[in-house]
Write a protein of this length. Structure first.
Length: 322
């Protein structure tokens, strides 16, 4: 049976249902003999060289997004040279193989067609001969989740590739956002790997937070951010918010400490007024006040390096030597 057999073959003969799908994308109705049909593996759930892997859900999302996407045979080629198109996709699970993350090996397979034209003759021959087998894809995802702590888009300090409790830290790519293109690569990037992929956070190429922040400065009149850039900015703001929360918490503890010490040292001080003043001060200045108040409190965490105790006991002033 063709249908069952074709999944193992890179090159196969289209059956009726394939032709129906192909004709959904074609301008003029095509017959079986007009098309060359083959399949490629687009991506899988194995941890890759960048210490990233697609989640199962993400692969399912990409399965839908890659339908109808054209393949190019050189990243620099112009649109008129794009000659193959994905007409169907499927998720295949190989239960005999387990990924480094301990999941059954699962991949996204694409079925593609190209016209049996004079222009495509050489390329078809190369695919048939198995010379052109490696593809690279360009897609974007909404979230990259840390495998150790679950924080998103680099919000934690776990470094992908480092070993934590016997497991390789990596990022799990979740929520497929877009599928841009796929292409045959001339030189296999990695021996033994039939598929290489590019994970791009924007439409073209990697973006850094610095670049997003630069945009805020440059685009004075109208600011345009891609969804990936907006997400990156959101993650940055969330990270800052969390740091601000910590700072807030620390400052309020300092104010409390300063107020309790002032009540002890300066009982006549108007606490409400002093509190107002403290709240307007930066944390490092409140630290100095607390330090000043704490000078003769040896068990205070803010006790100065040279306590008055050691000075009093010392007759040779060694307590003041640095
Ligand atoms: Zn983490």
């Amino acid at each position: 049976m063709k249908k069952e057999k074709r999944f193992d073959d890179a090159v196969f003969s289209p059956i009726e249902s394939d032709m129906e799908k192909i004709n959904c994308f074609s301008l003029k109705p095509l017959k079986e003999e007009d098309v060359f049909v083959f399949s490629v593996i687009l991506c899988d759930n194995e941890i890759d060289r960048d210490y990233e892997r697609f989640s199962a859900d993400c692969l399912h999302g990409l399965k839908e997004l890659f339908k109808g996407v054209t393949g190019i045979f050189d990243h620099n080629m112009r649109a008129e040279n794009q000659t193959a198109r994905i007409f169907d996709t499927e998720i295949v699970t190989d239960s005999d193989r387990t990924t480094a993350a301990g999941e059954p090996y699962t991949y996204l397979k694409a079925h593609c067609y190209m016209l049996r034209s004079e222009k495509n003759k050489n390329l078809i021959a190369e695919i048939e001969a198995g010379i052109k087998r490696e593809v690279s894809i360009s897609c974007s995802v909404k979230r990259a989740v840390c495998s150790v702590c679950g924080k998103e888009n680099g919000a934690c300090s776990h470094r992908p590739g480092s070993e934590i409790e016997g497991k390789v830290c990596h990022r799990i790519l979740c929520d497929a956002a877009d599928a841009y293109e796929w292409s045959f690569v001339a030189v296999p990037a990695q021996k033994g790997a039939r598929v290489t992929k590019q994970y791009t956070k924007t439409q073209r190429g990697e973006i850094s937070l610095t670049e997003v922040l630069k945009k805020l400065d440059i685009d004075k009149d109208e600011l345009r951010l891609s969804s990936a850039e907006a997400l990156q900015l959101k993650s940055y703001i969330e990270n800052l918010k969390s740091l601000a929360d910590d700072g807030e918490h620390y400052k309020s503890a300092l104010v409390k400490k300063a107020l309790s010490l002032s009540a002890l040292k300066l009982p006549k001080m108007d606490t409400a007024v002093f509190k107002e003043v403290l709240l307007k001060m930066p944390a490092r200045d409140i630290e100095k006040i607390v330090k000043g108040f704490s000078e003769d409190e040896p068990d205070s965490v803010f006790a100065p390096q040279l306590s008055s105790d050691s000075c009093a006991k010392s007759s040779d002033n060694s307590g003041f030597r640095i």
